[in-house]
Design a protein around this ligand. Structure first.
Ligand SMILES: Nc1nc2c(c(=O)[nH]1)N[C@H]1C(S)=C(S)[C@@H](COP(=O)(O)O)O[C@H]1N2
Ligand SMILES: [Mo]
Length: 340
């Protein structure tokens, strides 16, 4: 038990970085892990530059009693009242300049801090979250506020499949087939008032189902935001499926945002509430680390993160499969007009 916790902490330390304010030098950190075992609290955002992640030969070697991660035989797929809607018809206009990421690779490399900061462990921990029944409240400055049962909503909406690039602020990238519907279809349904200028999205907070929300050091729930102009852009999707079936929980079931021209942390998972507001809302990472994570968080190769370059990205699972980052993640034609 102790060994297992230790190896998890080791993983976190090797694969993640922490916010500047609580950053501990890696060696010191490992020493303190050795000294007080599993009692060390992990408090940081997983944002690690590719360069730093390379093995440093001067580092002390990995513990030999490390438990190798389990390999999933197959991905745990939910059976839901809307399973029959997948696969949805692919919209061919969204094409890729890179191969699709392997499905199991994408499903075992996740950021979902409600469960753990260790990307390769999320898939093992998510089954405690009950993804049905699930409601989505749409509220705030709208003429038709509504509480949707998620399956009623999914059935109402025009589902389609799109191949999108996806770029995390940590420099890893993937390319996957999402299934969902344009966010603007939901916006139309609730009829925003003219003073609605932004949308605020909120994830779940379920300490009864999710251990980290009971004991962890983040202030849950996760929340994000978009301007109305961004939200009405054709690229912005509410996503309910991936690889031709429903989202497995680690990808943000039952419904998440995907805004592919922005860093991945904007693409909030497992949404429970969508609120139309007048002023720019706060966002989870911007409120924690305003100098590192902006509200807009557009993919921009020439704007480095304060702790690493954004000039290049790498395709999971291979750190050596690196290529130049593209402005707006390659979606300049669609979104540059939003920021002119
Ligand atoms: N609720 C919630 N949404 C979240 C996150 C999270 O920790 N919690 N992580 C974000 C980050 S940093 C990334 S890169 C993507 C990862 O999505 P994926 O695991 O489906 O690839 O989810 C985003 N949405
Ligand atoms: Mo991310």
């Amino acid at each position: 038990m102790a060994a297992k916790r230790r190896s998890k902490i080791w993983d976190v330390d090797r694969n993640e970085a922490t916010p500047e304010s609580i950053y501990l030098n890696r060696r010191r950190f490992l020493k303190s892990v050795g000294a007080i075992g599993g009692a060390v609290a992990i408090n940081g955002l997983g944002c690690k530059p590719a360069e730093e992640a390379k093995e440093d030969p001067t580092e002390s070697p990995a513990p030999t009693n490390e438990i190798p991660p389990k390999q999933p035989k197959e991905i745990d797929l939910p059976k839901t009242p809307t399973s029959d809607l997948y696969p949805a018809k692919r919209t061919e206009a969204f094409s890729l300049d890179r191969p699709l990421t392997d499905e199991v690779v994408a499903a075992t490399h996740n950021n979902f801090y409600e469960f753990t900061t260790a990307k390769d462990r999320v898939w093992e921990l998510v089954s405690s979250l009950k993804i049905r029944p699930w409601t989505v409240d749409v509220a705030g400055l709208v003429n038709k506020p509504q509480r949707f049962d998620v399956d009623d909503l999914i059935r109402k909406m025009p589902l389609e499949e799109r191949l999108y690039r996806f770029r995390c602020v940590e420099t890893w990238a993937m390319a996957v087939p999402w299934t969902g519907f344009p966010l603007r279809e939901l916006i139309k349904l609730v009829d925003p008032k003219s003073n609605a200028k932004y949308i605020r999205f909120t994830s779940f907070n379920r300490p009864d189902e999710v251990t980290t929300q009971r004991f962890g050091s983040f202030r849950w729930p996760y929340y994000e935001g978009l301007s109305m102009k961004e939200a009405n852009n054709d690229l912005a999707m509410l996503v309910t499926g991936i690889y031709g079936h429903e989202l497995p929980t680690q990808h943000g079931a039952p419904i998440r945002l995907i805004v592919p021209w922005k860093y991945g942390f904007k693409s909030i998972k497992s949404i429970e509430r969508i609120e139309f507001v007048e002023n720019q809302p706060g966002t989870f990472w911007n409120d924690l680390q305003p100098l590192e994570y902006s509200f807009h968080a557009n993919v921009e190769p020439t704007v480095p993160h304060p702790r690493w370059s954004q000039a290049d990205e790498w395709l999971i699972p291979d750190r050596s499969d690196s290529r130049p980052t593209q402005l707006y993640n390659g979606y300049e034609k669609q979104v540059a007009k939003l920021y002119g």
